[in-house]
Design a protein around this ligand. Sequence first.
Ligand code: ADP
Length: 674
Amino acid sequence: MSQVLLHVDMSPPLSAPPRPALAVPPRRGNWLVRQPWLLATLWAWPLILSLVFVAGVMAWLVHQEDAERDIVQRTMIADALSLESQISARLEAELVKLRGLADNVAKGGRGTATFYQSPLLLDGLRRLWISVTWLDENGRIVAHAPDDSLPPRHADRSMFDDEGLSGHLSVSLPPTTPGGAQGMMIARFSAAAVLRQKLPWWLASKYDIRIVDVSDEVIAGTTRTPRGEEQLWYRVPMGPALPQAWLELTAQHRVTPWWRTMPMALMAGFLVLVALASAMLRRQMRSVSRAETAWRTEVAWRSAMEDSLAVGIRARDMDGRLVYVNKTMADMVGYQPEELVGLLPPMPYWVADDLDHSMRMHRRNMAGQAPREGYESRWQHRDGHIIDVMVFEAPLVDAKGVQIGWMASVLNITEKKRMEERERRQLETMAHHARLTMIGEVASTLAHELNQPLSAIASYNAGVLNAMQASGTADPHLLKALQRMGEQAGHAGRIVRRIREFLTRHEPQLEPCDLADVIRSGMNLLKRDIARQNVQTEVALDAALPQVRADTVLLEQVVVNLVRNACDALATQPEPRRIRVTANVVSGGRFVRVTVADNGPGLQGRLVDELCAPFFTTKSEGMGMGLAICRSIVELHYGVLDAEASALGGAAFSFSLPVHGAATGSAASQEESA
Ligand code: ADP
């Protein structure tokens, strides 16, 4: 058994034959897949969404940076103000001490010795003051410390402490005369020292702190490194002790710009990876799209090819479920392919009266025992008519070589079968005709042979009758019987002669005749049979039956045959057995119809063609030629023989003959041609 390999080739064949332009089957499925623009840009969507995500992260980072700057700025302002107030407080305290020195000098009689020996002066110089100058009312220097007599300044002072501007604290001495000018006591101090002494360690670790003048010159500071561009800083003006000077705090902690943060670096890496992935996806999608288009073209091409086939194709899975049918197969049984696909046995196209047989065949096929050379089956079209098909089954195998079902090609052989049947019938008819011819020959010979003895019987009968009449001794009953015998012999002779003429295709003796006479004569011939079988007969003839042109002997045989058949049919029937013979004018006076009806078993569904077929009989002793000969005789007279159910409950055989002289087109033309 050949196998059908189910192979889905995604790439177009390398040397594909030139193909007709085919419409690519439309995409089915969800809405997304049916939007070509969306499908074409699908690869970019992860990238676009990633960009949106990264933009969101960037916005968040910018916001975070602003918030951080804001916090640092606020803290720095608070710290700057706090430090400035501490320095101011310190300078206030120094001012108080300087005032104390001035008061001591004033109380000590304003002698320079008091000034130089004042513990406040020595303590001040040791603590903070660089120098103290005493000016008199006229602005002249009275005393100035330190001088060489004083100990050197504290050893831990750094070089930086002495650099830059120094601040001045000044207090007035009380005037020597009421209302006179005042002297001044001026202490010079190092701003750097003040800063160093008042600066808490935690503030120094947080900020670079500088005291700057109006021209941005650093007076004192915790570092010599200049301020960076992106560093945050804040200035507050110093108090009156350091006029034209500002305290500047510069945050050591640098707020990292958002674009230099770790999340941003990660995002950049992420974007690069997504871009790479999108590029690869795009490439892959294009290649899939190309393959899909090729595949669709292939499918369309194959579908067109399959649909144009005159052979039906049917695929079933291992359970017998229809998984595919082509259009030809669906049309064959009058369904749409979609109506058939998915169906399990029993199939709708199985013959309804023969489901068991179809199921047996199906099981056999599913078991892999379908004949290799195919098998014939009968299916039923949706509209009810029967179709003959020839089915060739083959295993359906997937790409891995595993059988997944059965594939069948189906040929509609109804017409072929019909032709075969017609041929068979023709052959049969020819055989029947041959037999008929032979029987005709035999009958003709028989008739020929019987003619002589019948003539002899008639002659002898006539001679005996004449002799007996001449002798005058004859019994009148005997004479009557002999007379009847002569009549019957003559009648038999006529029948034999006519049948012989009929069988040897001699022209019938057509002459105007009265059908009523023919019927009565026929009935008369059968009266003994009728009486023996106890059959009630009724003859109802139209009062004014027109004449027909016929051979009375042949027509009489028709009547006799029909009535005898009715008697035969009634033989096995319970009484009352009835036969009714009627004759009336039909078809507007153009035909006369003779009907022989009975209340026998009836036709039992048989049609007139079947009953009139030569040699058709249901009787054990029957020949099956009676009705065939009747039909031939009726048609010889341009009439029609018919059979139907009778109103009496049995069968009704009838024949119609054209009325003599009536213009029946067919009869006239046939007569002409005859
Ligand atoms: P035969 O009488 O030899 O059987 P016929 O051609 O006369 O041959 O009849 C053919 C068949 O037609 C009969 O065998 C019978 O089955 C059927 N037939 C004929 N007349 C009647 C009837 N009146 N009722 C029922 N069946 C009939």
